[in-house]
Design a protein. Structure first.
Length: 468
């Protein structure tokens, strides 16, 4: 009766993982993507571009070597926007090629066009050449993601006042930059540009930032940013933003301060990309931020055959979690068993320095009344840290005093987003402080910090085994 078992709208992490999962289980699947190439925000304007930009910035600036050669050390004296773009284009090509190959190998059909609902089982797709087709499906997975929030009071011009999508089209690197929004995206770009010698000011109306991260980690991170001269103005907002005749931008803050800068990056929020889906035709409604409500276990919307996954359903809005959500949604949609993922997933912030975290923060331990002990290791205590010239970097482990289980791992510093997975495994496999004390770690590695932090906690907790 239907043309497809599953039609997926959007080819980002949630959409492509959902589509491939259903196809692997023998279902007929179509992906509709309005963008020029498959991959979604993740490949074209979000995760991969920002991480490629970061890697290029760190390599060309010689950032990682400065511990040895001093703050003035540079690999390339004049880094241009072109230098950054070159590596980006090569990386994106590789990413898209892999995705297209995955679709072909798994027999996932995909068409380019904008989808909107005709009824709960029918979508109209407007192709690039204007042709309109209709597709029907037993189930529909909405994986349409988000787009930058662009308030009317911001004089966006794509050159001096930009959103995070436009940043990738930069023609020249700014000497100074104001980033509005101290969320993950704002912080990542602020610190990347600061590593490129741009004088960065980060502003946010909230008095604190990264509230979901362990406070001690945020304090260490903030110290490092201020130490390299980044201005962080929290608890203040830009009341007026104006482009000046001399090509600069002026910001008037609510505390009376005036900032003049080469460029403003507005990174304060994103909206679910649901405005063109004609949701009422399917009996659906988005919230004020364009997000869709779903059952958090099945990703089913209020309309039984329509599922939504990825950023369009809100927190945590990560490529990593979106993939899992897409996979689960597709399995439920086609009637396959879908196991809930482990409770604790890692959160990575690819700022300079990186932050990564999994499990409970010290603040959450206190709130929940769980007696705990912490173990801390600084990367400069490890031999690998000496070899790499690291004078920063911190790993913090939190253990329950009652069960001795690891309940939180929090890292700021080089390689944090990779290192966190050791802690994540121990945490989800219900490991205790003894794991770190009794196991051998490769030497010299940064992972050795786990042993140091484990021993630090163990020393304070006492050796239960020897007491028995
Ligand atoms: C600057 C930035 C940095 C990020 N860094 C990280 C990171 O380091 N790690 C991480 O895990 N996450 C990161 N994220 C978040 C990550 O990119 C998202 O969580 C992820 O892309 C969400 O995937 P998704 O499948 O929900 O949708 P998206 O990747 O947003 O893709 C949605 C797709 O749907 C298409 N679409 C929308 N409407 C329609 C329609 N009507 N018809 C057809 N197609 C449509 C869009 O064109 C788009 O291609 C970052 C995001 C940004 C913006």
């Amino acid at each position: 009766m239907f043309q497809y078992d599953l039609v997926v709208v959007g080819s980002g992490p949630a959409g492509r993982r959902g589509a491939i999962q259903a196809a692997k289980l023998g279902k007929k699947v179509l992906v509709v993507e309005q963008g020029k190439r498959v991959g979604g925000v993740s490949v074209h304007t979000g995760t991969i571009p920002s991480k490629t930009l970061r890697e290029t910035a760190l390599n060309l600036s010689g950032w990682r070597e400065r511990g040895f050669y001093g703050r003035a050390y540079r690999v390339k004296d004049e880094i241009s926007a072109d230098d950054l773009r070159r590596r980006l284009l090569i990386t994106l090509d590789h990413e898209v090629e892999v995705l297209e190959h995955q679709f072909a190998r798994n027999r996932v059909q995909h068409i380019r066009g904008k989808a909107s609902f005709v009824d709960p089982s029918t979508l109209e797709v407007v192709k690039e050449d204007g042709e309109v087709i209709k597709v029907t499906a037993a189930s529909i997975l909405l994986a349409v993601g988000t787009k930058p929030f662009r308030p009317d009071y911001m004089p966006f011009d794509g050159k001096t006042v930009l959103d995070s999508d436009e940043l990738l089209e930069l023609e020249e690197l700014p000497r100074s930059m104001v980033v509005i929004g101290a969320g993950v995206i704002g912080i990542e770009y602020a610190t990347i540009f600061s590593a490129l010698d741009t004088a960065v000011t980060l502003i946010d109306p909230k008095p604190t930032m990264l509230d979901f991260i362990d406070k001690e980690i945020v304090e260490d991170f903030t110290y490092q940013l201020r130490d390299r001269n980044m201005k962080i103005l929290l608890g203040t907002k830009a009341e007026k933003v104006e482009r000046l005749d001399n090509g600069k931008v002026e910001l008037l803050l609510d505390n009376g301060r005036r900032l003049v800068t080469d460029m403003v990056l507005f990174a304060a929020g994103r909206m679910g990309a649901t405005d063109t889906l004609n949701l009422p035709a399917a009996g659906l409604e988005a919230d004020s931020r364009g997000r869709l409500k779903v059952n958090p276990e099945t990703f089913q919307t209020s309309v039984p055959n329509i599922y939504a996954a990825g950023d369009v359903v809100g927190f945590p809005s990560l490529a990593s979690t979106s993939m899992e959500q897409g996979r689960i949604a597709a399995r439920v949609a086609i009637g396959a068993v879908a196991k809930e993922p482990p409770k604790y997933f890692p959160y990575g912030i690819y700022a300079v320095p990186e932050i990564s975290t999994c499990g409970l923060t010290e603040e959450e331990m206190k709130e929940r009344g769980i007696p705990y002990e912490c173990g801390i290791a600084r990367f400069r205590e490890t031999s690998r840290g000496h070899i790499m010239g690291l004078d920063t970097g911190l790993l913090k482990l939190i253990f329950s005093l009652k069960t001795r289980r690891l309940l939180g791992v929090h890292i700021v510093g080089e390689g944090a987003t990779e290192l966190v997975h050791i802690g994540q495994a121990v945490l989800n496999l219900k490991g205790t402080v003894e794991y770190f004390v009794e196991n051998t770690f490769n030497y010299p590695t940064l992972a050795e910090a786990y042993k140091i932090a484990g021993l630090d906690a163990w020393n304070r907790m006492g050796d239960i085994k020897s007491e028995l």
